[in-house]
Design a protein around this ligand. Structure first.
Ligand code: G3I
Length: 455
């Protein structure tokens, strides 16, 4: 498994430590049993065991209120090796009154999971939604302090029991703006996200810390690029972020797209893990479910997939029948497709974590600088990313080597010369990083930045 050890790395003493040791031992025993003992689930026959064979987990959202439903828990215990509390760790559930914490329902799920060797994703510490009313009406420094205290208290309470936290959830706007969502948390200052991550790291140093969002699956979308830019910025400044969660609620308005794999691998190339955190797909088409799993398996830093519920009747979008089991708990065609994908997993092909960088070009008139970095590479094509500094309105000229051809661009307005090999990219308000895909056509020479001009 690529997951970090669940335990806090610092030595502990006292009853809490003994409980942790017993739980850890139980979890280890359960995991070992599942892997090696005859008569238990074996690789290839359940989602969790097959995912584990590929060094991944396969998880589901769990509602505490359903743990008394035998049909539900039979499937849960048989098929999944990771759980995410669907609502029980949210702010309104864990701190219903300011300073009064309530962990009962969340603990029920955590104990159910860990006593059976399943790992737990924590969801979520800071979010504009499902805030208790006392928090909804707060603002400014009081809200900032309350938010940070919440992160600290909850992450401390579950320290060592949660493999990955969705520290911040859904902080960006939909649409083409690429802006932060206007929320009471955002209005406390743009640094609220990094402040939350720092508080979470201090409280639970052994957990992976994730940023989690929806509509960030399509690589060409402004929201995806905006989150990407934030993560890149965080990594460059040492903000403690370890992973990015892609909720992946796919439906007719927000469908799966084939560049999903590019999205996962591009984020992974920033040096973070990626996780599919809330997967459901309208109508549960088997081929789409299969593609999502194959995309995750193709990216070495994709740790696992979580579906947002077990049976269609458990889904927040039940009428879309988007899950792997029907309302009676029978496996659907999508289940078979997912299991097949897990069992035929492809070989990971991540790009290097630190792509080589070409030396910055010398601006002709001291106006701006453009730096080209290699990004994702496939069998027939590769991506490049150009970062411009020194100007917000810029024109960058890039040349590819024939017979290479640029097939796709993002975050800029391109024009080409008559040969089709020299691209002039102009800023279009999407920021100072643009990218493009080059069809290699047998030639893998890195494109060259010829000039950068402020305009
Ligand atoms: O439990 C109460 C019940 O007592 C009450 O009678 C009933 C009346 O409205 O409400 C019940 O609570 C509901 C809760 O789900 C449990 O069913 C809430 O109203 C309802 O708002 C809540 O919806 C959850 C939603 O987040 C809230 O934003 C969904 O279950 C949950 O699946 C959904 O999960 C989110 C992720 O956290 C973030 N990503 C998107 C995803 C889907 O919206």
């Amino acid at each position: 498994m690529t997951e970090r050890c669940q335990g806090d790395t610092r030595p502990r003493t006292g009853p809490r430590a003994r409980t942790a040791i017993v739980l850890a031992a139980a979890a280890l025993l359960a995991a070992t049993s599942a892997a090696f003992l005859p008569g238990t689930a074996s690789a290839g026959t359940t989602l969790g065991a097959s995912a584990a064979e590929k060094g991944r987990y396969f998880g589901t959202a769990v509602a505490a209120s359903r743990l008394s439903d035998g049909n539900y828990t039979t499937i849960l215990n048989r098929e999944f090796n990771s759980v995410t509390p669907e609502n029980e760790m949210k702010i309104d559930a864990t701190e219903p009154q300011q300073g009064r914490f309530s962990y009962g329902a969340a603990e029920q799920i955590v104990n159910h999971a860990r006593s059976r060797g399943m790992s737990v994703r924590g969801h979520t510490l800071a979010w504009h939604s499902q805030q208790p009313s006392w928090m909804e009406s707060m603002s400014g420094s009081a809200l900032r302090s309350a938010m940070l205290n919440h992160v600290t208290q909850v992450a401390t309470h579950f320290r060592g029991q949660v493999v990955a936290w969705d520290v911040v959830n859904e902080a960006f706007e939909d649409g083409t703006s690429g802006a932060r969502r206007n929320s009471n948390l955002q209005r406390t200052g743009n640094d609220w996200i990094e402040a939350a991550f720092r508080a979470a790291r201090a409280a639970d140093p052994g957990a992976k810390l994730c940023y989690n969002d929806y509509n960030t699956d399509n690589w060409t979308h402004a929201k995806t690029q905006a989150v990407y830019n934030m993560v890149r910025d965080f990594k460059s400044r040492g903000v403690p972020i370890d992973c990015v969660g892609f909720q992946s609620h796919f439906n007719n308005d927000s469908p799966y797209v084939s560049n999903y794999r590019t999205t996962l691998s591009s984020f992974a190339a920033l040096g973070v893990d990626v996780q599919v955190t809330e997967l459901d797909i309208q109508g549960a088409p088997a081929a789409t479910y299969r593609s999502v799993v194959e995309d995750c398996l193709a990216v070495a830093r994709c740790n696992g997939v979580t579906v947002w519920g077990i049976r269609d009747s458990d889904s927040w979008r039940a009428s879309q029948t988007p899950l792997l089991f029907n309302s009676s708990g029978q496996k659907k065609a999508a289940y078979d497709a997912v299991l097949a994908a897990l069992n035929n997993g492809t070989t990971p092909t991540d790009p290097p974590t630190t792509p080589p960088t070409t030396p910055p070009t010398t601006p002709p008139s001291g106006s701006c600088t453009a730096t080209l970095q290699d990004s994702t590479r496939w069998g027939d094509r590769f991506n490049s990313q150009v970062t411009v500094s020194g100007a917000s309105n810029w024109t960058v000229v890039v040349a590819v080597t024939p017979p290479q051809k640029v097939s796709n661009t993002w975050n800029g307005s391109p024009t080409w010369d008559s040969s089709g090999n020299v691209m002039t990219m102009r800023s279009n308000g999407s920021g100072n990083v643009f990218g493009f895909t080059t069809m290699a056509n047998g030639t893998w020479t890195r494109p060259v930045v010829r000039s950068c001009t402020a305009s």
